[in-house]
Write a protein that binds this ligand. Sequence first.
Ligand code: SF4
Ligand code: SF4
Ligand code: FES
Length: 548
Amino acid sequence: MAKEARQTVTCTIDGRPVTVPKGVRIIEAAEQAGIGISHYCYHPGLSAPAMCRMCLVEVQGAPKLVPACVTTVTDGQVVLTESEKAREARTGVLEFYLYNHPLDCPVCDASGECKLQDYVFAEGRKHGRSFEAKRVLGQDDLGGDVAYDGDRCIMCTRCVRFMREIAGDDLLCVVQRGDRSVIDTFFERGLEASAWASNVIDICPVGALLSKDFLHKARAWDLDRTPSLCPNCAQGCNIDMDTRDNLVMRLRPRANPEVNSYWMCDYGRYRYEWFNLLDRVEEPMVRGPAGRLVRATWQEAVLGLVERLKVLRGETRARALAVASPFHANEDAGLLGRLLAVLGGGEAVFRSPRAEEEVVCPGFPRLARRRDLAANVRGLEAMGFRRVGDAAGTGGLDDEVSGKADVILVLGDPLADAAPDWAGDAALFVYLGAAPAAAAERADFVLPITQFAEQEGTFTNFEGRVQRFWPARQGPPLARPAWHVLGVVLAGLGDGVAPASAGHAFRRLSELYDEFAGLSYAQLGAGGALLNQRARLAAGSARGAEVG
Ligand code: SF4
Ligand code: SF4
Ligand code: FES
């Protein structure tokens, strides 16, 4: 107890007592107490230079205001963020920033997300007092996706510090002095040289750093924000997916200290157009008596499929092949694996594109653009799927694999390199996909499913962390999540009750696959949980018992 007492300090902020670990700064202690302190240069993932002076607060007994972003909390300290002195300081600082900042909020991409706009609205002077012309510094292309508007820059240096401390590449600096200061790159070397540069757009507190990709596409208040995961490599970065009119407009990192801190890579950030895929499998198709694929209702398709599977299972103990895409959720692939088992077993394979090397984030080495360029490779492996094919995610489905199968089940793999008669010898070929595939023209059933941005589910990242994502856009009206379709088919075959939600489907996985045992959506929470958590916890308590 005494030891614990020495590790924490208790102060009072605006009358609220707060107990925090020793060394915590006032701005962080205030946040813990639910009190927001205005700030520009402070960012929780970067060092603090205390240069913007926006966070000045009154500490009783101190001779002058102190910056809350660098002043650590002490025992018994009394902090006032709303005293007259503190308010007056903030209003003065804001007036100083607006002296040169252009009032182009109506055409600024950051409008609605701009800290200067927010703070001035809350506490700024009602009218400006300067009549002089504002300085004009102009715009610049910093390279990569980043455009710079020097007139709007408030010189907080977050971008410069990010490049030095996190990206590990000093590609930005401040040039000139005083009111002529601008952010610049070095001669011919721009931000295109960095794999992480676009994070500076997110952390710029005003509209000085802009995404060329997103420029003038949407106003912030028109966007819907959905918590999601980047599917473009096995790292599993937590992101927000911003949509408008059912289109994904941009991806931005969502903080998770276990996975990606506050950051994401440019490779993942700009690979979102495929979420907006318009060329879709729109409705269930079933091979009719004339040998052609014809439209069917879901009921006809599923009942027909169940009947075919029952016959095949009863007559031949069909040898089956399941091909899953690693861009599909654990729930989808897990129930595909289960269907394979119910049919008597067979080959379960996947193909995944692979980069030559990892791109590690120097300032947060837990984060890397992983070699596997798909979200759920580890999840598929945990459920018994075997990798086949080459580094481009093609090949591996030749006669050796497919030629032996009576039943072929494909989930999401576009089969781009498969010959048109690829599944020719199979007694039954089922294609569950979002995009039409040429090879699926030979399928007996083509079933429209949602892709990950349109459904709820989980991915398992490279280290075995299972994390949740949520639907950000709507798929075609008749598309269904694959876990739903497969769950109904399994129920038709007498294997359990069809899951009513993604959570139920996930619970099924925890019963079916040892590595998922003990996990549930509730346990995954916001940060995710590792596979084999129960085994780990049991091992931990056994070790604890030994030590004790
Ligand atoms: S460009 Fe943005 S992040 Fe960089 S110093 Fe200016 S205001 Fe700060
Ligand atoms: S590191 Fe991987 S998961 Fe993270 S943003 Fe990049 S591609 Fe996406
Ligand atoms: S946030 Fe404290 S001085 Fe900038």
